[in-house]
Design a protein around this ligand. Structure first.
Ligand SMILES: C[S@@+](CC[C@H](N)C(=O)[O-])C[C@H]1O[C@@H](n2cnc3c(N)ncnc32)[C@H](O)[C@@H]1O
Length: 238
């Protein structure tokens, strides 16, 4: 009886709950619709964003490989050094360590030629050795454009490991930590006693520098061959 009374009072015992439910369902639907709209808008926008960022990254990588990789195959893997240009401060630090000096200068791995151009401006006769033919070509074009005679600055597309460096009394290097020890041995064998070697960012592990300029990533070190040889002889005698 009781249950009948309740039923008759509300005409439908679950009516109110149904209304509540249908309101909730409607709101959920509205939320879902809103979300799906947002989602479809995002998925419409996302391919464009993804494609654009993909194209940008591919472009950057393409440019990097274009400039960094040619010539790489010719060098043993343990001696490979990628292209990374010197900063302005680093270049200035190199020039400070070359103050008062003159003559022939070799930049081992000359990149776009910036160290060579800075040194020619101070009166050095420079040769940039660069294994990457595109960078060598770029430096040559820039040199012509600057009106620098080839007797003052020349760029050679050549592996410096296979080059005799005995005629250079100034050598600049911005390479990689892994090659410095091997390079030190080569320079010690070939360079004249009066030669000065400037190392950028990575010092020679076995050599004692005569002077240093700057700090952090821009630090440069100067090594004088006569001092290096003297110290090597002393160490060998001990
Ligand atoms: C870190 S970058 C320095 C570029 C430039 N000297 C500067 O300071 O902006 C090193 C350069 O050395 C070149 N390189 C590496 N190994 C070489 C090799 N065996 N002979 C000639 N160049 C080399 C690379 O192609 C790269 O351009």
């Amino acid at each position: 009886m009781l249950s009948f009374a309740l039923v008759s009072k509300n005409s439908n015992p679950f009516g109110r709950e149904k209304v509540k439910c249908s309101i909730m369902e409607d709101s959920v639907e509205v939320i879902l619709q809103h979300k799906s709209c947002e989602l479809s808008r995002h998925t419409e926008e996302k391919p464009l964003v993804t494609a654009a960022s993909g194209a940008f990254l591919a472009g950057v990588y393409g440019l990097w490989t274009l400039f960094a990789l040619p010539g790489f195959r010719k060098v043993p893997i343990c001696l490979k050094v990628p292209y990374l240009p010197s900063s302005r401060t680093q270049t200035q630090n190199v020039m400070k360590l070359l103050r008062g000096r003159a003559g022939c200068l070799a930049d081992l791995g000359s990149g776009d030629g910036r160290l060579v151009f800075a040194a020619t401006a101070k009166g050095f006769h420079c040769t940039g050795f660069e294994i990457n033919s595109i960078l060598t070509g770029y430096a040559r074009v820039k040199s012509n454009w600057k009106g620098i005679p080839s007797s003052t600055a020349s760029f050679v597309n050549q592996d410096f490991w296979k080059t005799d460096l005995s005629k250079y009394n100034n050598v600049t290097v911005f390479l990689a930590p892994g090659v410095m020890e091997v390079l030190g041995r080569k320079l010690e064998k070939e360079l004249p006693d009066e030669a000065r070697v400037i190392a950028c960012r990575f010092p020679f592990p076995d050599w004692t520098p005569t002077a240093t300029e700057g700090e952090g990533l821009d630090q440069t070190w100067a090594y004088d061959m006569n001092v290096i040889r003297k110290l090597s002889t002393q160490a060998a005698m001990k």
